[in-house]
Design a protein around this ligand. Structure first.
Ligand SMILES: [Zn+2]
Length: 507
């Protein structure tokens, strides 16, 4: 028996125990970050208050901050440490429009009527990243461990609009591993292909000629006619799509009123396929169909790429290491109050009243050729750097995604406990990565010789594409003054629920 290995593994275990204590010591910080980000409720590309708040915490802790990375005003990255490995922590930060919701209340009740809200729970993941990094930094300093901690927020994920640009910028240049966090109602991690599709989000705008629709219609060239003909054309194309392809559209501008021939009309499409190369091919067909619609109507058209995402592929050895740490940490200890809120929401949603999950699932197996699923621009990152997604239980089973019901738990002890459990797992995984060179070797080997052996990453967008940073500006500006009045003030209130006068649990 090699005693050296024995003492080394004992020291890994004791350092992981120190991570657990370091996260538990920061329970108040977890609550403050989760509650504060919930109250800011910022849409994609508008995450300036969230940036100010998080970068101050990290700067105070000795991290250096880089701002306006990858051509995105709110894209920052924080860094601390020396040398390798460079371990990067990430999570989405943006809210959803119209989903303002009072936390802890198990029925629809907006905090600010019509305003954005965290109806998915993106207010929680950067709390995992920050608290895990602070706990790991303590230990790296104490033990003199080389390595670099790197943190960056996922901007405008709801528009799949930023991470492909980050992946193709210099932000991740020297990064060895990305641990990406995402809210869930369960505690899971996956290796291999995930249930997701590559996607492109494109808006087509037709430009015609306005005229009085009854008086001189022959002088008009209707942009709306072109939108409708493009949609007819695409819907005939739909018969010939492969079963693994999806597409959908909404008309974002159909003109002003019927008696005016619209000189401007727009339609917004999503094109999806489990093969990213085919997403580009779908976009090319759509361009031809748009050109045909323009020719038929005597209009012209422009198109704007609003977002892209590759399908996901997670690093298997890294996922296995994360899952071993999940087994050590286990599911959170839910209180009677937590379970009562969960069951009250489930009752309102008319789903089975199972409360909160208590059994840790096994490692999620890879999917073989996924044919369905949504899209998330972490996909591009997973093809640039070995990446996993750590999903943690801060939401309530039975809540609907992108819906007020998914905001209910997100500034309550349920979210705080899920975040703490995830921060322990992330922090313990950092210890593994710092002290186990074999693990880093197997992560790299999987990335080079399995994941990217046959499939080579090439971004869906062209080299001169730029992020659609104009998105959401007016929507945020409209509600920011009212939202500012409900920002969480931790100096005056122990929790956001107390500030809002919400009893816990409200059932
Ligand atoms: Zn998300």
């Amino acid at each position: 028996m090699d005693t050296h290995n024995g003492s080394k593994s004992a020291s890994v275990d004791s350092l992981k125990q120190a991570i657990v204590l370091g996260v538990e010591r920061r329970a108040k910080l977890v609550q403050e970050i989760v509650d504060s980000l919930f109250s800011f409720a910022e849409l994609g590309f508008q995450e300036s208050e969230s940036e100010r708040y998080m970068t101050r915490i990290l700067e105070d802790a000795g991290f250096s901050i880089r701002r306006q990375a990858a051509g995105i005003p709110t894209q920052w990255a924080a860094r601390w440490g020396n040398g390798g490995p460079v371990i990067s922590l990430n999570s989405d930060i943006d809210a959803l429009s119209g989903l303002s919701q009072k936390p802890g209340v198990p029925r629809p009740e907006p905090l600010v009527e019509g305003a954005p809200g965290h109806g998915e729970g993106h207010n929680s993941g950067m709390a995992v990243a920050i608290v895990a990094a602070l706990a790991a930094k303590d230990i790296m300093e104490r033990e003199g461990l080389p390595g670099t901690l790197h943190l960056w927020p996922g901007i405008a994920e709801e528009q799949i609009a930023s991470k492909s640009y980050v992946a193709n910028s210099d932000v991740l240049d020297d990064v060895d591993v990305v641990l990406s966090m995402h809210v869930s109602n369960d505690f899971t991690v996956q290796g291999g292909e995930g249930e997701s599709l590559g996607a492109a989000s494109v808006e087509f705008t037709f430009h015609g000629k306005s005229a009085h629709a009854a008086g001189v219609p022959w002088l008009g060239r209707s942009a709306l006619d072109a939108v409708e003909l493009m949609n007819v054309g695409w819907n005939f194309k739909r018969e010939h799509l492969h079963p693994r392809q999806r597409s959908h559209y909404v008309i974002t501008n159909g003109g002003g009123q019927p008696n005016v021939v619209p000189d401007r009309a727009s339609v917004w499409y999503y094109f999806r396929d489990s093969d990213a190369g085919n997403v580009r091919a779908m976009m090319d067909v759509a361009q031809d169909i748009a050109a045909g619609a323009a020719l038929m109507t005597g209009t012209r058209f422009t198109s704007e790429l609003l977002g892209v995402a590759w399908p996901h592929h997670y690093n298997l050895p890294l996922a296995q290491a994360v899952h071993r740490n999940m087994e050590t940490v286990g599911m959170p200890d839910w209180s009677e109050e937590d379970l009562a809120l969960a069951k009250a929401l489930q009752s309102h949603m008319q789903v089975e009243q199972i409360g909160l999950r208590t059994v840790l699932p096994p490692l999620t197996p890879p999917l073989m050729g996924p044919t369905a699923g949504g899209s998330d621009d972490i996909g591009d990152v997973t093809w640039k750097v070995p990446t996993i997604r750590l999903r943690y239980p801060s939401n309530i089973p039975g809540a609907i995604g992108h819906h007020w019901s998914s905001a209910v738990s997100m500034a309550t002890p349920i979210a705080h406990k899920g975040v703490s459990a995830a921060a322990k797992v992330a922090g313990m995984t950092i210890i593994d990565l710092l002290l186990k060179p074999d693990l880093l070797d197997s992560i790299r080997d999987y990335f080079v010789n399995v994941q990217t052996r046959d499939i080579k990453y090439a971004p869906i967008q062209s080299a001169d594409a730029i992020p659609a940073i104009h998105l959401n500006g007016p929507a945020q500006a409209k509600y920011r003054p009212d939202l500012e009045k409900t920002y969480y003030d931790p100096a005056r209130f122990e929790t956001y629920l107390k500030q809002l006068g919400v009893d816990y649990p409200t059932i």
